[in-house]
Design a binder for this molecule. Sequence first.
Ligand SMILES: Cc1cc2nc3c(=O)[nH]c(=O)nc-3n(C[C@H](O)[C@H](O)[C@H](O)COP(=O)(O)OP(=O)(O)OC[C@H]3O[C@@H](n4cnc5c(N)ncnc54)[C@H](O)[C@@H]3O)c2cc1C
Length: 463
Amino acid sequence: VAAGPTTAAERELRRLLGPEAVRPGSERGYLSDATASRGLVGHAEAVAIPQNPDQVAATLHWCYDHNVPLTTRGGGTGLAGGAVPQGGVVLSLERLRAVHELRPELWRMHVQAGLPTADVARLAREWGLYYPPDPGAAEQSQIGGNIATNAGGPHSFKYGVTGHWVTGLELVLAPGERVVVGGPGRKDVAGYDLRSLLVGSEGTLGIITAAWLRLVPAPEAQLPILATYPTVEAGAEALSAVLGSGVVPATIEFLDTGAMAAAAGSFPGPPPGDAALTLIVEADGTTMEAERQREELKASMQPGSQRLHAPAGRGEIEALWRWRSGVSPAVTAQRGGKLSEDIVVPAERLVEAIVATQEIGRRHGLRACSWGHAGDGNLHSTFMIDPTQGAEIERAEAAAQALFALAIELGGSVSAEHGLGLVKSGTLERQWEPAAVRMHEEIKRVFDPKGLLNPGKKRARVS
Ligand SMILES: Cc1cc2nc3c(=O)[nH]c(=O)nc-3n(C[C@H](O)[C@H](O)[C@H](O)COP(=O)(O)OP(=O)(O)OC[C@H]3O[C@@H](n4cnc5c(N)ncnc54)[C@H](O)[C@@H]3O)c2cc1C
C-alpha cells in the first residue's frame, strides 16, 4: 500500500465504509497508548472508525485481501503498547457503544465493545447491581479493551478479573467473519473454551465487537481501612494477619514508600506521613456484615502499624478510591515519565519483590517504587524517568528486563494484568516450557494465518 498525503488504504477504506468512518493514519491520537510517557509512538496508513459490526468485518476483510496489518484500538489506556500500531490500519471501536440489553432481574447485560468501563459500572449501579472489575483508567478504557487484556483492578482479589464476568463474545475473526462464542448463559462446556482463549488475547486473535456480562447485586456497604507501617516487614506481617483472619476482604492493596511519597500530597484524609508500606483493605457486604468484618480486619492490621484510617461515609470512601486511581498518574508526574510493569509473584514472595524493585532501580541509577494488588501478589513495579532523556529510558528498559527475571525466579509471571503487548513481546519463552510456547504460536496461526492481527504483539518468542 503506497504511502503519501492520502494513502491507498485511506482512499479504499473511505470508499468501503464512507468518508466519516476513516481518518488519516497520521492522526497522533491513534498512534500511542499509556506507554507514550516511555516514548512509544507507532505509525499507520489509515484509521478506520466503523459504525457497526458489519463495517468491522468489512475492514478486516479488506485488510486480509490486501495483506495489510490491522491493530484494534479500545480506549488507548493500555500499559503494554498493545494498541500502538506498527503500520497498516488502526481499527477503533469508539463508535460501538450501544447497550443491547440490560436485564437487572437476570443480573446481566449485553453491550458493545466500545462502551467505556465506567459506563458499564454506572449502569449496573443504577439498577442496584455491581460489575466488580475496576481497572484504574475506567473512564477512558473500553469494555472490549478490558476483555482483550483480561484487566484486573483492586476488587479482583475477591471478585476475579474481567474474564470471570464475561459469558459470551461477539467477534470478527479472520478473514472477516462475524462469530459468536458463548452467550447470555452462565455455563457452557460444549466445545473448547474459545471464549476464554479470546479473553486476554490483546487483539491478536480476533476483534471483539460485543459481550454478555454477568453482574451481581451490589454490596450494601464497602468499608475500606488504610494502615501505614514503618517497615516493609511490619506491613508484611499485617498482610499475613489479614489473610489468616478468616474474613475475605474485597480488596488488599499496597503502596511502597516511593509510591506513597508521590501520591501523599492529594491524600483525602489526615496526612499519611512517612511509611515504608501502606495497606488498603476493604470489607463489603450488608452494612452489618461489612461493619463487623471491618472491625475484625482492623484488629488484624493494628499490630505494628503507625496509623489506621477508616474513612466514614460515602463521600470519604469514594475520595479514597479516587485517590488510589490517581497513584499511577501521580508517579508519572514525578519526572514526566515512567516505565511501569505489572509483574506477579506468589503472595508469600511479595515483600521480596517490593524490596528487589527498589534495589533494581538503585542499580540502574533510577528512582523506583511499586504499588498494586497485594492480595494477588501483583506489583506495579515502576522506574521513574525523564522521557526526553534517551539514556534514562535505556537504563529503565534494562531495569525492566531485570524485573522480569526476578518475577520468573520468584515463581511468578512477567505480566499479571496489562498483557505482553509490544513492550513485553517475546518474553514468554523465558517463563514457559518449549512445548507450551509452540502451542501458543500454533494457536495464533490458526486464528490469524496471515499474521495480520496486531503483528509484533503478544509474541511468545523474540524472533
Ligand atoms: C492510570 C491507569 C491505571 C490502570 N490500572 C489498571 C488496573 O488496575 N488493572 C488493569 O488490568 N489495567 C490497568 N490499566 C491498564 C489499562 O487501563 C487496561 O489494560 C485496559 O483494560 C485497557 O483497555 P483499553 O480499552 O484502553 O484498551 P487499549 O489500550 O486500546 O488496547 C489494549 C489491547 O487490547 C486490544 N483491544 C482493545 N479493544 C479490543 C477489542 N474490542 N477487540 C480486540 N482487541 C482489543 C488492543 O489491540 C490492545 O492490544 C491502567 C491504565 C492506566 C493508564
